[in-house]
Design a protein around this ligand. Structure first.
Ligand code: SAH
Length: 443
């Protein structure tokens, strides 16, 4: 989501929107007149990185006092003007829902005689989508934001407080953005949001449209090859969504469905509002429809009160749900969340030991899945030129494994049709996320 937001902010700044200044991108901070940091506060570690980065930028500003520094995203939203106590040299502070106001905030900042920071971390919700230009698409993959925020209030999570509650974009806006991306050459669309399956948009007549219905609309667009989404919540993984997997071949058989823990007791403490069996039952139902499903998850290790038995339940869930590569994190208390009031009583060395154990289990599981692809035929999306062999194509599978495909040198004399699918026999696994394949037929 932050990658998407940053790209849209860059598009906005580079656009000539009548403001006295338009900006051009540079790769070097030393050369820049404006430095913007889009931040994340989901975990403590991410938040700490913000202040170390700002510390480096401060030195640049000491040399060049005219340099402008802006901080946006969830740390900005959480801290607001408080951020100026630790970083008084910051000029503007904007939140995830006010990034479209950055040009105006910069202007306001510059108009002042004595420069005081301009702060706006309010939640005008959907307004930004109406103001921002259509995203520019480079390559054949595009992210499209369909909803933002979260109303689940999991006890550990800061999102409802920093991004606000769930707000869905209108159906027509999403369709228009996807159509625009496809017209610019995108072939793989990833729908993004903090809880995409909580999507409750409206069509132009004000009729409510759910997530599964949205998927049906998008899958009817002829240029769309692959459709993905992230992140979804197990609680709202309803039968309509299962049906979408049954009927829409464009929906890839890869799902990132965070579960956080395999222990019912911890799930309850986390306020996930479902138990382990609900999760497993949803996955079994999806595998009945798509046996080839590759499932990934997020896990939090060392939540307050997590016992060794709870942790063993999490390890068992990796097997029971037959998980692919997944993300796992040490629990960190986030300001303002209910769990921050619980006693963080799992000693750090134990947390780290559990995290290591879980991560090595997940890595083994992912490697087994990659190995199991050897000998299968896969539809591979062309990504570009591979450097693994002298002449080879680089492709990507539905479950995000890279495939190096040796080819005739003449194939590479023209630009490759990226985003097109080719049939490939997988002959070898060279790492957890890379394979070698043999080209069959151009589809
Ligand atoms: N919407 C998703 C959450 C996405 S946030 C869901 O409801 O499952 C990305 C991941 O960061 C979460 O899945 C969780 O594993 C992790 N995370 C969130 N808060 C955390 C915290 N306080 N400590 C450690 N990890 C956390």
């Amino acid at each position: 989501m932050n990658v998407y937001d940053s790209a849209r902010l860059a598009d906005l700044l580079e656009l000539d929107h009548g403001a006295p200044i338009t900006w051009k991108r540079t790769e070097s901070p030393e050369e820049a007149d404006l430095l913007l940091l889009n931040t994340c506060s989901i975990r403590e570690k991410a938040q700490e990185k913000v202040f170390s980065q700002l510390g480096r930028w401060r030195k640049l500003k000491e040399k060049r006092p005219d340099l402008l520094i802006g901080v946006g995203g969830c740390v900005a939203s959480q801290e607001g003007a408080q951020l100026l106590k630790r970083a008084p040299y910051v000029d503007i502070i904007f939140g995830p829902q006010t990034l479209h106001r950055v040009p105006e905030m910069l202007q306001r900042n510059q108009e002042q005689h004595r420069r005081i920071a301009v702060v706006d971390v309010s939640f005008p919700a959907i307004e930004k989508f109406d103001v921002m230009p259509e995203p520019r698409i480079q390559g054949h993959k595009a992210f499209v934001s369909i909803m933002e925020g979260c109303s689940k209030y999991c006890s550990f999570c800061v999102v409802p407080y920093t991004r606000g509650e769930e707000v869905s974009r209108p159906l027509d806006d999403v369709i228009a953005e996807v159509a625009h991306a496809l017209a610019q050459g995108a072939r793989e669309i990833t729908l993004i949001g903090q809880n995409v399956n909580a999507y409750r948009g409206q069509d132009h007549q004000g009729r409510p449209v759910g997530f599964a219905e949205l998927l049906h609309y998008l899958a009817s667009m002829p240029q769309l090859v692959w459709l993905r989404f992230t992140t979804s919540h197990p609680l709202e993984f309803d039968n309509a969504l299962l049906d979408a997997f049954r009927h829409l071949p464009q929906l890839v058989a890869q799902l990132h469905l965070p579960v956080q823990s395999g222990s019912d007791r911890i799930l309850q403490q986390m306020k996930r509002n479902h138990d382990r069996e609900w999760y497993l039952q949803r996955i079994r139902a999806l595998r009945d429809i798509r046996p080839e499903l590759h499932l990934s998850s997020d896990f939090i290790v060392g939540f307050p009160g997590e016992t060794d038995d709870d942790f063993q339940d999490t390890l068992r869930l990796v097997d029971d749900a037959d998980m692919d590569f997944s993300y796992s994190f040490l629990y960190s208390p986030r300001p303002g969340t209910p769990a921050a009031d619980l006693i963080d009583n799992v000693p750090l060395p134990i947390k780290k030991q559990r995290l290591d154990q879980l991560q090595s289990k997940l890595a083994q599981s992912a490697r087994r899945k990659t190995n199991a692809m050897v000998g299968t035929r896969q539809q591979v999306m062309i990504e570009g030129v591979s450097t693994h062999f002298t002449t080879a194509i680089l492709g990507n599978t539905f479950n995000n494994r890279l495939v190096h495909i040796p080819c005739e040198p003449t194939w590479l004399t023209e630009p490759l049709p990226t985003g097109q699918l080719i049939s490939v026999n997988i002959t070898e696994a060279i790492s957890t996320n890379a394979l070698i394949g043999q080209l069959l037929i151009v589809s």
